[in-house]
Design a protein around this ligand. Sequence first.
Ligand SMILES: *Cc1c(COP(=O)(O)O)cnc(C)c1O
Length: 428
Amino acid sequence: MSTERSISAFARARNVIAGGVNSPVRAFRAVGGSPIFMKSGAGARMRSLDDREYLDYVLSWGPLILGHAHPNVVKAITTAAARGSSFGAPTEAESELAELIIAMVPSIERIRFTSSGTEATMSAVRLARGFTKRDAIVKFAGCYHGHGDAFLIAAGSGALTNGVPNSPGVTEGVARDTIVLPYNDAAAVRGAFEADPDRIAAVIVEPYAGNMGLVLPDAGYLQALRELCTKHGALLIFDEVMTGFRVGRGGVQERENVLPDLTTLGKVIGGGLPVGAFGGRADVMDLLSPTGPVYQAGTLSGNPLAMAAGIATLKAIRDDATLFERLEVLTKLLTEGLTAVFDKHGVPHTAAYAGSMFGLFFTAGPVRDLTSAMTADTERYGKYFHGMLDRGIYLAPAQFEAGFVSTAHTTKDIEQTIEAADEVLAEI
Ligand SMILES: *Cc1c(COP(=O)(O)O)cnc(C)c1O
């Protein structure tokens, strides 16, 4: 199958763009080969530069819950664009999107929009530090919170030691204020609080971890984080940039009935345009400038086009009572179908799904944290990925990523995917 045009487009890009891409995973390093350049998308499918069609389970890494180029979203964006792309002054669209979010996400009383998830998490942590007047944060190995310095920290040698930078350019000073613990280990968090009760400003967690593959929390884990934060006067931050409006209208917090103090959002709330947000308790959020002293800003924050795309997307979610039920039925069908063909071919695997997110590790598991996720056979995943790609199925070009289903996917699409997996697994 020809990918000539993509290959030459990548050569061109590499001359002018660092690594040829504007976000590293797009470069296919984890699976080998050359990235497929896309030129258009409609519904569940994308069309490449070489005019091949792909059934898409990446969906721009989560945002496109209604599929590509949904008519309502396209109309909202073009209508907004014709009125002017940015004013640097408030617009009513910002309040409209805020009201939609606040009506659906249980813990959010006030919100502020940013242009990316990265900005949202950075700002939420600054706000938590400003509110508690403490310096340290706790994060979990394998949870991704964007590329802010405070999050690019790996676990130190001892379980309770501070982290170490895991990217050049992140300073030891920053690392000193980030404590990295294993996911799904409430005892480790208890230990960190007991070791230094007045130092931890916040615990930030992906309540369903979707950036090391999909790893779900053990029963009681999120509740334990809630209780520990409350007891020790730290804020609990749920990073729902991926799970927000993906696993249900009210995110993980509604599904699990555990309410954080602050929530970060992104991806779906921008309907495919650059949007992030953080929100939560009014008494905490009111500490932000201009009402309070904690500084946070953005030239294009609350951009009219981005708000329009987000409003169209969240209205579709709000007005469709069975949307998440239907998505979860499809995602379950896919996950169970894949599990059956993996069993049939005797390929060790661990699968999980929640709402419209799914994950499939090439390891017998169980997978509960980063250490167990890392036992996955990434080489075999690479072969599976390319086998599926050749059959027109676009999966994440890396083992440690979640997959996504949209309202544009059909039962027939799922069946086609399972048949393709059956063929591929027979070969690899
Ligand atoms: C994608 C993601 C981010 C970062 O969002 P960007 O818009 O890429 O900056 C942060 N947290 C989680 C959980 C994410 O999935």
